[in-house]
Design a binder for this molecule. Sequence first.
Ligand code: HEC
Ligand code: HEC
Ligand code: HEC
Ligand code: HEC
Length: 239
Amino acid sequence: MKKKLAIIAVLGITTLGFSATEDIRTTAHNLSTYSDPAQGGTNEICVFCHTPHGANSDFNGAPLWNKPIDTTVTFQVYGGGQTTAGTEVGQPGDTSRACLSCHDGVSGVNVIINAPGDNYDPNGIYLDYRGSTQPWKMPLSFAIGRNAAGGYYDLRDDHPVGVVYTEGRADLRPPSTPITGWNISGDKDGSGGPSIGDLLRNGKVECVSCHNPHLNAPRFLRSGDGNTNSNLCTTCHNK
Ligand code: HEC
Ligand code: HEC
Ligand code: HEC
Ligand code: HEC
């Protein structure tokens, strides 16, 4: 009996310890791993996305963003701009555009504005990445903005982003619903604890609702257990 309890206790600790922490160094988002300083690359990690100075101030979605982003691009959106329930699907919000500035499949993953050293160019400088100082484009399987026919700027085949999380719908849990095991940065909705509302940006679902780009977790998923039993989906969807 004692032994059984001990095993349960250990399992309990393992489950608690499962929730991932923010440590980008050992993730796919440590782009410096592939840079060769001798070729003009860098061992810096944050620089591929953020800069302490000279950031892209046209862009409010991600703090101190270090990439030139073409905000004039129009994406084709999920459902032609409407979900089955009739909710409007808008253009991806600024945080999603931040992801898409690499994951659109068109933009150079290695283009930044403020490069290490005194190298600044608002139109972009190409850092050495995997031995290339040319635009290094996202491989097919990670190019979210690419469609099966090879076209770009297409989000029709992806979970809607830029979509309002409608309150009071029976099939969506209330945004104030507390959630456990998720990695949340800050009490964004002021509810006092981790809740669905903290996953939203301007009340909308964006890429960062499900992913945290710094998180040391498979697929950068914020839900502590990936998508086991579709827990990630049923956190929001009452299905
Ligand atoms: C691959 C791109 C990427 C890299 C690399 C990256 N970040 Fe971020 N960072 C983001 C995005 C996108 C956001 C906005 C996240 C959100 O809204 O949830 C963000 C937000 C932040 C924030 C605001 C608080 C938060 O978590 O929302 C801080 C602070 C931050 N990053 C620090 C860092 C530091 C320090 C590094 C390097 C160790 C780093 N980031 C590397 C993309 C990146
Ligand atoms: C600076 C460029 C850059 C930005 C910005 C960026 N990513 Fe990535 N991301 C990458 C690269 C490079 C990979 C790895 C591709 C490969 O392995 O070939 C990757 C991989 C991923 C993966 C797969 C990870 C895995 O281990 O399977 C996910 C999920 C992902 N990114 C989500 C995001 C999200 C969400 C955002 C915005 C919050 C974002 N990324 C912003 C460059 C970027
Ligand atoms: C509703 C939640 C959700 C949203 C919103 C979301 N993702 Fe994902 N994403 C996932 C899940 C779950 C996976 C893991 C799928 C798997 O492993 O099969 C994933 C996988 C990925 C991958 C790995 C390649 C792949 O296709 O499996 C990338 C890259 C990625 N997401 C980027 C993004 C970007 C960029 C956005 C915003 C445009 C975004 N995601 C929005 C849930 C989401
Ligand atoms: C952060 C909350 C959240 C998470 C997590 C989430 N969704 Fe959604 N999802 C939404 C919202 C909000 C909508 C838009 C609903 C509406 O108003 O029609 C939506 C829309 C959808 C739609 C389109 C419905 C339509 O009417 O066209 C499908 C399908 C869907 N989600 C499936 C999933 C799946 C599968 C997962 C897990 C991989 C997932 N969702 C995770 C919030 C979420």
